[in-house]
Ligand binder design. Structure first.
Ligand code: NDP
Length: 317
């Protein structure tokens, strides 16, 4: 594993991290979830990313992770970076979503209980709340750090302007905004339009979620939609109509470049996401151990020639 410094902090994160949004929930096979987490850790993936609502049912991914921590990783807490988030709908009533202090503090307490741990390493505001004052949301993150319930805090899905404001407020409160978690892949390049510049100015790291566009940037859908794939399963966030001819045409074209590089399409897509050194880590998902193995092997070839990057831009345009 390669470890990258997270912005200007002291924290190193693995270049590839594993997220538990899909395939680690109550509806999934526990033994498979366990095998993936253990293999990931053996490959040097020290960072596991969760959120209060990961399931289904919501919360069950944290339950699963808590069980595996107990059965397999109990002796390794100090070698792990565990993150969780709150922002999306978690429980009914006015206090179960968005960015109030009431919600964030209560939600983290629930997450800690589900995972059976005393603190998370990183706690995120999962999405911006345009109604709650940003001072309140950031104040909640500050309190959480001061209480020792999180070592670091971050934000997710915030635009460049709100990112700058959030980082500034936290700085005034004496807390560093460690990291931003945005979506970023060959199919979704919005962070290139200002966000990465803000993160660099603020000394923040960046962990890119859905770097494989939920599996589209792999060989998964080149011959139809497999029943066991995210688009094929009823609980997957990617729906069959998201697997478009236009996207598959691009994946086929990208695959030729990947082949010349001696990589699979998923390996090239991950290396591409990491080509800008302001991106600290690519946050993958997986449904099988072999996918994690294949994806970590992307780190064997991270550099691109100018010609390769130009050819990729042309396909993605
Ligand atoms: P990816 O884009 O990496 O997609 C992962 C999926 O791609 C896998 O479940 C698998 O799909 C397929 N896949 C992965 N590797 C391979 C391979 N080598 N060959 C073939 N198929 C492969 O990321 P996710 O969409 O899973 O998101 C990753 C994490 O990002 C989440 O778990 C979560 O932690 C975070 N996230 C954060 C969000 C936020 O708002 N902050 C929002 C969304 C995600 P299949 O099941 O079909 O096998």
């Amino acid at each position: 594993m390669k470890y990258n410094r997270c912005g200007k902090s002291g924290l190193l994160l693995p270049a590839i991290s594993l997220g538990l949004w899909h395939n680690f929930a109550g509806v999934d096979t526990h033994e498979n979830s366990r095998a993936m987490i253990c293999r990931a850790f053996d490959l040097g993936i020290t960072h596991f990313d969760l959120a209060n609502n990961y399931g289904p049912p919501p919360g069950s991914a944290e339950d699963t992770f808590g069980k595996i921590l107990k059965t397999d990783l109990a002796g390794y807490r100090d070698e792990l970076i565990i993150s969780s988030k709150a922002g999306y709908l978690m429980w009914p009533g006015p206090y179960g979503e968005w960015g109030s202090k009431k919600y964030l503090v209560a939600s983290l307490d629930q997450s800690l209980k589900r995972m059976g741990i005393e603190y998370v390493d990183i706690f995120y505001s999962h999405r911006p709340d345009l109604v709650t004052p940003l001072e309140e949301t950031m104040g909640a993150l500050e309190q959480i750090v001061r209480q020792g319930k999180a070592l670091y805090v971050g934000i997710s899905n915030y635009n460049p302007q709100m990112t700058e404001q959030a980082a500034t407020i936290l700085k005034q409160l004496g807390i560093r905004c460690l990291i931003h978690q945005p979506s970023y892949s060959m199919f979704n390049r919005w962070v290139e339009d200002g966000l990465l510049d803000v993160l660099e100015q603020q000394g923040m790291g960046c962990i890119a979620f859905c770097p494989l566009a939920q599996g589209l940037l792999t060989n998964r859908y080149l011959h139809g939609i497999p029943a066991d794939s995210r688009a094929g399963r009823p609980t997957g966030y990617l729906r069959p109509e998201g697997v478009t001819k236009e996207k598959l045409k691009k994946v086929n074209a990208l695959q030729k470049i990947a082949k010349n590089r001696g990589q699979s399409i998923s390996q090239m897509a991950l290396a591409w996401t990491l080509r800008d050194n302001r991106v600290t880590s690519a946050l993958i998902g997986a449904s099988k151990v072999v996918q994690i193995e294949e994806n970590v092997a992307a780190l064997k070839k991270l550099n691109f020639t100018k010609e390769e990057l130009a050819a990729i831009d042309k396909i993605l345009a």
